[in-house]
Design a protein around this ligand. Structure first.
Ligand SMILES: Cc1cc2nc3c(=O)[nH]c(=O)nc-3n(C[C@H](O)[C@H](O)[C@H](O)COP(=O)(O)OP(=O)(O)OC[C@H]3O[C@@H](n4cnc5c(N)ncnc54)[C@H](O)[C@@H]3O)c2cc1C
Length: 393
C-alpha cells in the first residue's frame, strides 16, 4: 500500500483548503446539532454552498465526467470528505447522495437510472435519504417488513421506516422493501428508488437531542414504477452491504475531533498560566493520547478506501474504521468537554461558552456515531466474523 498523494492530489487539497478557509463563515454551526434560531439560516447556507461546490466540480470529483464528476482519483474525494467535516460539513445534507447513494446507483443501476439520478446528485439539485431502519429492524436489517407487491408496471409499497435522516427535506429515498415474504429473510428484499413526493408518503420529524433531522416515514399504498427497481428483484442484500460499506468508510468523524483538539490546544496555550499545573499536565496528556487516536482513525479509514478503490472486499475494514473513528470521536468529545471544566457546559449564545458552544454540541452529537450506520456491537461482529473468520456468536 502506498499512501503518498500525487502532485495533482496535493494541489487540489491546497486549493480546496484555501477556498474553505475563505468561504465558510465563522457563524456557520454545521447542520447536525442545531439551535432552532439558526436552523433555517444554516440550512439555506448549506444548500447554496453545496451548489457552489458542485459548480466547481468538487462534490463528486472522482465520478466519471459523464455523470457530472471530474474523473479524479478516489483520494481527491477522500480529501474532500475529510475537509468537509473539518469545516463543519458546509454541504449540509448533501453527503448521502455523493458518498453512498450515488456510488450504489453507479454500481448496480440501469443506464437510464444512472442518467436520471447521478448528474442531479453531482449538481446538488436533489437531496437523498436512506430508508433502511424500521421499528423492528435496525441491527437486524433482514427483518424489514415494509412490503412491496407488484401491480402491473408498478410496485405498491406499504409500511413504516424510522430514523430516516433528512426525510423531511429529501427529494428521493433509496428504500429497502420486502418483495418476497416467503423467501428466507435475507433473500426476499429489494431496493426501490422512491420519489418522496409520491402520493401516500407521510413524513413526521422526530425531535431529538441533536435537532430535528430524524423522521418516521409512512408508506401507504405508494405506487413506485417498476423502472425504479435497483438491481435484481429480491437481490437487495448484496447491494445494501456495498452501500453500508461506502457509508461506514465514508464519514471522517476524526476530522471534527482533530479540529476540536487543535482549538482546545490553542486555548490551553493561551490560558496555561491561569491553570493549575497538575490540571494542565493531565489535559496535555489526554490531548496527546487523542491526537494519536485521531491519526490512527484516519489511516484505518484510508485503508478501507484503498480496498474499495480496488473493488476488494472492504466490509471488515470499513467496519473496523467506522467503529474506531466513532469511538475516538466520543473519547475526544469527552476530553474536550472536560478540558473546559464547567464552562464547557454552556450553550451556544452564552457569551462565556467556549467557541460558541461547539464543544458541547460535539459532545451531544458524538453519541450518534456509535449507532448510525450500524452500532459498534454490529461492527465488532463483522470484524470478528468476516475479518477474523470467527464463527457467529
Ligand atoms: C444519527 C443517526 C442517523 C440515522 N440515520 C438513518 C437513516 O438515514 N436511515 C436509516 O434507515 N436508519 C438510520 N439510522 C438508524 C440506525 O441505522 C439504527 O439506529 C441502528 O442500525 C441500530 O438499530 P436500532 O436503533 O433498531 O437498535 P437495535 O438494533 O434495536 O439495537 C439495540 C442494541 O442492541 C445491540 N444489538 C442488536 N443486535 C445485536 C447483535 N447481533 N450483537 C450484539 N449487539 C446487538 C445494538 O448494538 C444496540 O446496542 C440512524 C441512526 C442515527 C443514530
Amino acid at each position: 500500500m502506498d499512501f503518498a498523494f500525487s502532485p495533482e492530489e496535493r494541489a487540489f487539497h491546497k486549493e480546496l483548503r484555501s477556498f474553505l478557509e475563505r468561504e465558510v463563515p465563522g457563524w456557520y454551526p454545521g447542520i447536525f446539532v442545531l439551535d432552532h434560531a439558526d436552523y433555517e439560516r444554516a440550512w439555506e447556507f448549506s444548500l447554496a454552498f453545496a451548489k457552489r461546490l458542485a459548480g466547481k466540480g468538487w462534490l463528486v470529483r472522482n465520478w466519471p465526467q459523464d455523470y457530472g464528476g471530474a474523473g479524479a482519483s478516489i483520494w481527491e474525494q477522500v480529501l474532500f470528505s475529510e475537509e468537509m467535516v473539518y469545516f463543519e460539513e458546509p454541504r449540509g445534507a448533501n453527503y448521502m447522495g455523493p458518498n453512498w447513494v450515488g456510488p450504489t446507483i453507479m454500481k448496480f443501476g440501469t443506464p437510464e437510472q444512472k442518467a436520471e439520478h447521478l448528474p442531479r446528485i453531482a449538481s446538488a439539485e436533489v437531496i437523498w435519504c436512506q430508508g433502511f431502519s424500521e421499528p423492528g429492524a435496525g441491527s437486524d436489517l433482514a427483518a424489514v417488513e415494509t412490503r412491496a407487491r407488484q401491480d402491473g408496471d408498478d410496485f405498491i409499497v406499504d409500511g413504516q421506516k424510522i430514523w430516516t435522516s433528512y426525510a423531511d427535506h429529501a427529494d428521493w429515498c433509496i428504500l429497502v422493501v420486502r418483495t418476497d415474504p416467503d423467501a428466507p429473510k435475507h433473500k426476499g428484499l429489494s431496493y426501490l428508488l422512491v420519489d418522496m413526493r409520491s402520493q401516500g408518503v407521510t413524513v413526521r420529524p422526530i425531535p431529538s437531542l441533536f435537532g430535528d433531522h430524524f423522521c418516521q416515514v409512512f408508506y401507504d399504498h405508494v405506487r413506485v414504477p417498476r423502472r425504479n427497481l435497483l438491481g435484481e428483484k429480491n437481490g437487495a442484500w448484496q447491494m445494501m452491504m456495498a452501500s453500508l460499506g461506502y457509508e461506514r468508510a465514508g464519514v471522517p468523524f476524526y476530522m471534527e475531533a482533530r479540529r476540536r483538539l487543535e482549538q482546545l490546544a490553542d486555548a490551553l496555550k493561551q490560558q496555561r498560566r491561569h491553570l493549575d499545573p497538575a490540571v494542565a499536565a493531565n489535559l496535555s496528556l489526554r490531548l496527546a493520547e487523542q491526537a494519536v487516536e485521531v491519526e490512527t482513525a484516519k489511516w484505518l479509514t484510508r485503508r478501507a478506501y484503498w480496498l474499495i478503490a480496488r473493488d476488494l472486499p472492504a466490509d471488515a475494514a470499513a467496519s473496523q474504521a467506522k467503529m474506531f473513528k466513532s469511538e475516538v470521536y466520543q473519547r475526544t468529545a469527552n476530553a474536550a468537554l472536560q478540558g473546559w471544566g464547567l464552562l464547557g457546559q454552556l450553550e451556544r449564545g452564552d457569551r462565556r461558552a467556549p467557541l460558541d458552544g461547539r464543544f458541547l454540541r460535539m459532545f451531544y452529537w458524538c453519541l450518534e456515531g456509535t449507532v448510525a450506520g450500524g452500532t459498534s456491537e454490529i461492527q465488532r461482529n463483522i470484524v470478528a466474523q468476516r475479518g477474523l473468520g470467527l464463527p457467529r456468536g
